[in-house]
Design a protein around this ligand. Structure first.
Ligand SMILES: NC(=O)c1ccc[n+]([C@@H]2O[C@H](COP(=O)([O-])OP(=O)(O)OC[C@H]3O[C@@H](n4cnc5c(N)ncnc54)[C@H](OP(=O)(O)O)[C@@H]3O)[C@@H](O)[C@H]2O)c1
Length: 269
């Protein structure tokens, strides 16, 4: 099951932003490497990418990384070209980059709106723009998994209008592109995480914890989940692995929600 031996996985947003804990992109990369995939990753900061690379290499895996800005077409093309130069193919593409900025349509300024569109949505257009022609030419096609958020399905208790809109748009981008590529052996799916404990969540706590009480902020997040706890990066990585695998060969254009039950609940016990 879930054997990726010799498969080339290109991961946008592979970085591990802190020494402690696991970011989602880093966990996805580590899982794929563990199952035999050759990892090629792009990330805004090389320092974060190198952290992931060290983890993978220490465990005996193969990983190359390159500084990349996923909002910039030339930078994405350079990443894709470098991966092709090294491995000659791309079997799996993971779009993991994403970040939320707070605000409603009135409080959010236009620059933030535009930057959210670029980071969370244009980025997947750019990676697909450069990778789909490669996958289409490969006899075995390819598999693309995009990382969205339940904020793209529901209002999750805080105003983040641009993030929610981009994460919803990402799901529709995935669906329609999946149909366009269905006869070309290229599958596209979305993983939709709920509240996940990552170094980024720690940052959110620093920024938004009421009265600066970070542990209380974490307890509040845990309490929102029917299972009583946030998920972790491995929970998301497991879902990504399944959708990218041959075992999911008849699944395309779908969303797999990984949220401990939040989106199935009205919030009342
Ligand atoms: N954590 C959650 O609760 C949660 C819930 C639902 C969905 N998600 C989604 O899951 C994904 C990963 O989240 P995470 O919590 O693991 O976040 P993270 O730790 O911040 O990981 C995101 C990575 O993307 C990189 N990145 C940011 N901007 C970039 C750019 N312009 N070009 C290339 N790389 C860039 C970051 O680089 P740096 O190292 O330079 O910062 C970081 O390494 C995101 O799409 C997020 O929206 C997260």
């Amino acid at each position: 099951m879930l054997n990726f031996t010799g498969k080339v996985a290109l991961i946008a947003g592979i970085g591990q932003t802190a020494d402690e804990g696991w970011g989602i992109g880093a966990a996805i990369a580590a899982k794929f490497a563990e199952q035999g995939a050759l990892i090629f990753g792009g990330n805004r900061s090389l320092e974060s990418a190198e952290r992931t690379k060290s983890h993978i290499e220490a465990a005996g895996g193969t990983c190359h990384v390159q500084e990349t800005d996923v909002t910039d077409s030339a930078s994405v093309k350079a990443l894709v070209d470098a991966c092709m130069q090294r491995h000659g193919r791309i079997d799996i593409l993971i779009n993991n980059v994403g970040k939320s900025e707070p605000g409603c349509p009135v409080s959010m300024n236009e620059e933030i709106w535009d930057s959210q569109m670029d980071l969370n949505l244009k980025s997947i257009y750019l990676t697909c723009h450069h990778v789909l022609p490669i996958m289409e030419k490969q006899a075995t096609g390819g598999s693309i998994v995009n990382v969205s958020s339940i904020a793209g399905l529901r209002y999750i208790g805080k105003p983040q209008v641009a993030y929610s809109a981009t994460k919803a748009a990402m799901m529709q981008f995935t669906k329609v592109t999946a149909v366009m590529y269905a006869t070309k052996s290229v599958r596209l799916n979305t993983v939709v995480p709920g509240l996940i404990y990552t170094p980024y969540t720690r940052d959110l706590a620093k920024r938004y914890a009421p009265g600066g009480d970070e542990e209380e902020y974490m307890r509040m997040r845990d309490a929102q989940v029917p299972m009583g706890r946030m998920g972790n990066a491995w929970d998301v990585a497991n879902a990504v692995m399944f959708l990218a695998s041959d075992e999911a060969r008849y699944i395309t254009g779908q969303e797999l929600v990984v949220d401990g039950g939040i989106t199935s609940s009205t919030g009342r016990a």
